[in-house]
Write a protein that binds this ligand. Structure first.
Ligand SMILES: [Mg+2]
Length: 204
């Protein structure tokens, strides 16, 4: 479902977009990834399980977050945390970017909606639970300069729907949560993030 311009109210000063599944429809992503790297299925499974386990957790900063993340992931794939880290950054994330470049494009509503926001001087942030957000935008052919801030949740210290994420972002952008609209494809992460902070939410 595409956002209706009416979801922007006279109060709206900031829109926070999720990335995967929101800027592009990520259907079949898992299959594309498995097909591209079939020998990595166990690592991918371990990564998903770790992500699920840390959903909504707040670890204070990026270093602490990834330390915990790779420690947990290592237990699910019989590797060391260093090997898990190496795989994630040097294989998994570049693979995801390549799959996006090959199979996906931005949803049609996105650029007109961004133009509408710009007309109203509404500021725009991308908040992704994954890393490589800038590389993903580039793979989708979306100009990163359309956004005031492109940031990943782990960079700030946790995963959605940790409420600290909204606090940090709204403070940084100089707005209140009630002036903020979150647009995402998941009720349990993007939706809850907005709800706990008192921000508006639109489900794509
Ligand atoms: Mg998403």
């Amino acid at each position: 479902m595409q956002p209706d311009p009416h979801i922007l109210t006279s109060e709206t000063r900031l829109v926070i977009f999720d990335l995967d599944g929101t800027l592009y429809a990520k259907s079949n992503m898992v299959w594309h990834m498995m097909f591209a790297a079939p020998s990595d299925w166990r690592m991918m499974w371990a990564e998903r399980k770790t992500r699920k386990q840390l959903r909504g957790k707040w670890l204070e900063n990026e270093i602490a977050f990834y330390q915990t993340y790779f420690q947990i992931m290592a237990t699910y794939c019989s590797r060391t945390p260093e090997q898990a880290r190496e795989w994630y950054w040097n294989k998994y994330m570049p693979l995801m970017v390549n799959v996006i470049r090959k199979y996906y494009k931005p949803l049609e509503w996105l650029l007109p909606f961004i133009a509408k926001c710009k007309q109203r001087r509404i500021r725009l942030v991308i908040l992704s639970d994954y890393g490589h957000a800038l590389e993903k935008l580039e793979a989708l052919g979306i100009n990163k300069s359309l956004f005031d801030w492109v940031v990943s949740a782990p960079e700030l210290g946790g995963l959605k729907p940790a409420s600290q994420l909204i606090t940090l972002i709204t403070n940084h952008m100089g707005v209140t949560p009630s002036q903020c609209l979150v647009i995402g494809d998941r009720e349990d992460t993007d939706g809850q993030l907005a709800q706990t902070a008192g921000a508006a939410f639109y489900l794509v």
